[in-house]
Design a protein around this ligand. Structure first.
Ligand code: AQP
Length: 332
């Protein structure tokens, strides 16, 4: 059976972009492959985080994984920092990664530009991501388009090491849905930027937003000039983005949506869109509340970490041995 690994950062409230671009695909994949889904808390701290918020968001994200339909009996769900092999492999891989290739990464350049004191962790982000993926002998990594460049780097690092030491790592393939299938959901306030959980509140729909907030955000979403509803990424980027969201939440083709709303203006289109988004998120929000019983998510994460650790250890030991590190001595 193929192995799949992916992760999401607890760096904010999970957005509809994360759901349509990532989580929804994770749910489908759990029935097709052996899946490892991680809350990548060590990635989140590459930019400043409030400790109490990070703690709460880590639990929230794990609950949203399950609430979105991931079944902990089928998929392994865990927190990255609970499996120390991620940090250890990241260090080892960093010794085979060039500073030049890290500083060329678009995300580093974009996020680095925002803050005055940029941490070296932000530069190292793709190395930690490579460690996450390579530890599980991953065949495929479902990600949004924004992560394509990082995944390419993971492949380069794995190939470089395999070339030098003989086969160590499986070289992973990206699994990126087509744009119209949610690979890049754009911001509601700026259709040229992707919807991100670290964006300003009106730019994204959070998975836990109440219905009235969802409706308000969609009403306030920017639109393009004119009043026709049709898909045209270049001339109608805002409406095209809302149409993709509509299509993914309703299951209807873009053409059907364009035919229904045509030139009747944006008002009815937006209010129907809000209803589809509300109905898509309703079952997730209900399951999320059930998972808030004390101890439920903790038990899932404990089991997930133990399972992940047993797999990760084998890969880490294999690599340690290849590069000449002495195995730890056992006195009994
Ligand atoms: N707008 C998006 N459309 C489609 N897919 C998206 N993803 C993120 N935003 C969109 C996908 O969600 C997964 C988890 O992403 P992440 O949290 O690990 O990192 P990210 O890509 O940096 O996500 P955000 O929401 O933009 O977080 P911040 O604001 O903290 O940087 C990935 O598969 C990603 O592609």
């Amino acid at each position: 059976m193929k192995r799949v690994f992916s992760g999401v950062q607890p760096s904010g409230e999970l957005t509809l972009g994360n759901y349509l671009g990532a989580l929804r695909n994770f749910v489908r994949l759990q029935h097709e492959a052996e899946c490892f889904f991680c809350v990548v808390d060590l990635h989140a701290i590459t930019v400043p985080q409030d400790p109490a918020q990070l703690n709460r968001r880590t639990f929230d994200l794990a609950k949203l994984y399950v609430a979105s339909g991931l079944d902990p009996k089928i998929a392994t769900i865990f927190v990255q920092s609970h499996v120390p092999a991620h940090s250890e492999l990241s260090w080892l891989l960093s010794c085979f990664t060039y500073i030049g290739e890290l500083s060329r990464m678009t995300q580093f350049k974009e996020k680095g530009r925002k803050g005055e004191n940029v941490s070296s962790g932000l530069l190292m982000y793709p190395v930690l991501m490579a460690a996450d993926i390579l530890l599980y002998d991953t065949d495929a990594v479902p990600v949004g388009e924004d992560q394509k460049q990082h995944l390419e780097l993971s492949r380069n690092i794995a190939e470089r090491i395999n070339h030098h030491f003989g086969p160590v790592f499986r070289v992973p393939e990206p699994l990126i849905p087509p744009k119209k299938a949610g690979a890049r959901i754009m911001s509601l306030t700026d259709p040229t930027a992707k919807m991100a959980k670290s964006g300003e509140a009106n730019s994204y729909i959070a998975l836990l937003d109440p219905p009235e907030v969802i409706a308000k955000k969609i009403r306030a979403a920017v639109t393009d000039s004119g009043r026709e509803v049709y898909y045209d990424e270049v001339n109608k980027p805002a409406i095209s983005n809302l149409m993709v969201i509509y299509s993914l939440c309703s299951g209807e083709a873009l053409e059907t949506i364009a035919e229904r709303y045509g030139s009747s203006g944006y008002g009815r289109f937006k209010s129907d869109l809000a209803e589809h988004v509300i109905q898509t998120l309703k079952p997730i929000q209900e399951r999320y509340r059930e998972l808030s019983e004390p101890g439920v998510i903790e038990a899932i994460l404990a089991e997930g970490a133990a399972k992940a650790e047993s797999v990760a250890k084998v890969t880490l030991d294999r690599f340690r041995q290849k590069i000449g590190l002495v195995p730890r001595f056992n006195l009994d």
